[in-house]
Design a protein around this ligand. Structure first.
Ligand code: PMT
Length: 400
């Protein structure tokens, strides 16, 4: 593990899992990190400041000031000092306060003023973890870019068995190492096409058929590939989003326009990520004047659009093609069928049955499926999902 010179602020909250903060601190120190520890007042009941001070080799910070001498612990300087704020364990109470912006202890004020990446390793009873309030708070935090280190299933302190046990210190330390790894220009020299957003199929000059895609997922992917040095053409349906930095955006409206733009850009590309929600049907004969309402029902004949991904799949050669599948039932079977039919190298499955996944929000919960198997990722921000997809693209390219 490589954390030489990295500054990690370890926040400990009042959970029985606080005892795991000791081996976690040791792992981070052994990897070369400078670790400072902030504890909530309740955390001191679970692990002593002396233990953590001895392991971190720094005094422990709990209060805003020292009552003996008035020395002030500045949450702002702590936030500025850290390369990463890691809260492990993070209780349901602390998560709720973070989501609500409550600042009633030193750790929470530090969180609110931190500019560095923040990672949290929740630890709690299974029912507290599954409670809609906790899940909503986790979604809120993930949507704001907080990195979630999923808890594990197993026996809990309560004696019950289920999901809520804090991740092992080894997994948490590896997560932080990955988070802080310098992103190199690992995709420079590569060209990618990314489709994003919703298409718009006109019924008449006033009405259209469309869907709920905001473009956030596709824009996050385009931005991440560009950050890694790729030359990216983003073929975008209508969205309110600004183009990501260093990305060439081509605006389109209909599925037919998206087809033309995506196929033209694919000719010069090394790969494509098909994230757009493209209409499968379009009004066969859009009216050139506003349709007037009558007394009877209106029937609109819809014609099939061309499948952009399938067209690229049919001629991809040794180019990499990544698809998406948005499903509501029989998710894995449907995704595998699309993987084959459209000749994707791998497909990213998101299901509308998962809270926090799919359209519009800032989070997604996806599985990466290829012909060898599937990898299920936890709920995370769309930015983080994009990074995981980019990692997978790099692996696929390296294996060629
Ligand atoms: O934009 P957001 O609000 O962030 O939401 C993100 C998202 C939910 C739109 C995204 O994560 C997603 O799932 N995109 C694909 C949605 C979709 O239309 O899936 P599908 O299962 O219908 O299509 C399968 C694949 O074929 C997709 O890669 C799609 O882009 C592609 N396709 C489909 C039809 C068509 N005519 N041409 C295509 O290229």
């Amino acid at each position: 593990m490589e954390l030489e010179g990295r500054r990690i602020l370890l926040g400990i909250t009042g959970s029985i899992a606080a005892y795991k903060a000791a081996p976690l601190c040791r792992l981070l120190k052994t990897a070369g990190a400078d670790v400072r520890v902030v504890m909530t007042p309740l955390a001191k009941q679970f692990i002593t400041p002396l233990t953590m001070a001895t392991l971190s080799k720094h005094p422990i910070l709990v209060e805003f000031f020292d009552p003996e001498n008035g020395a002030w612990n500045s949450h702002i300087s702590l936030g500025e000092w850290a390369d990463c704020l890691l809260i492990a364990p993070a209780t349901a109470n602390t998560l709720a306060k973070m989501a609500a912006g409550i600042a009633d202890n030193l750790l929470l004020t530090t969180y609110l003023s931190a500019r560095c990446p923040v990672a949290i390793a929740p630890a709690m009873d299974l029912d507290m973890y599954a409670h809609p309030a906790t899940q909503q708070n986790l979604r809120t935090l993930a949507g704001r870019g907080v990195h979630l280190i999923d808890p594990e299933e197993g026996e809990l302190a309560s004696g019950l068995t289920g999901k809520g046990r804090m991740a092992d210190p080894e997994r948490i330390a590896a997560f932080v190492e990955e988070l802080l790894r310098e992103k190199k220009k690992t995709l420079s020299g590569k060209r990618f096409v990314v489709t994003a957003g919703a298409t718009i199929e006109p019924i008449d000059p006033v009405r259209f058929i469309s869907n709920h895609s905001s473009g956030k997922m596709g824009y996050a992917i385009a931005g991440e590939l560009a950050r890694r040095g790729a030359e990216v053409t983003l073929v975008s349906g209508r969205t309110a989003l600004p183009a990501p930095l260093d990305v060439r955006r081509v605006d389109v409206l209909s599925a037919a326009e998206m087809y033309d733009a995506a196929t033209a850009a694919f000719d010069r590309a090394d790969g494509a990520v098909m994230c757009a929600a493209v209409a499968d049907y379009t009004p066969a004969e859009p009216a050139d004047r506003k349709l007037k309402k009558g007394d009877s029902d209106l029937r609109i004949v819809l014609r099939r659009t061309r499948d952009i991904a399938a067209a690229l799949g049919a001629r991809k050669g040794d180019r990499l093609l990544v698809g998406f599948a948005l499903e509501t039932d029989h998710e894995a079977d449907n995704a595998r069928a699309k993987l084959e039919k459209k000749n994707f190298d791998f497909i990213v499955l998101n299901s509308l049955r998962d809270a926090g996944a799919g359209f519009r929000g800032d989070t997604n919960k996806v599985s990466l499926i290829d012909r060898a198997g599937r990898t299920d990722l936890p709920l995370m921000s769309k930015t983080e999902v994009a990074a995981r997809i980019a990692d997978r693209i790099e692996e696929e390219l390296a294996a060629r």
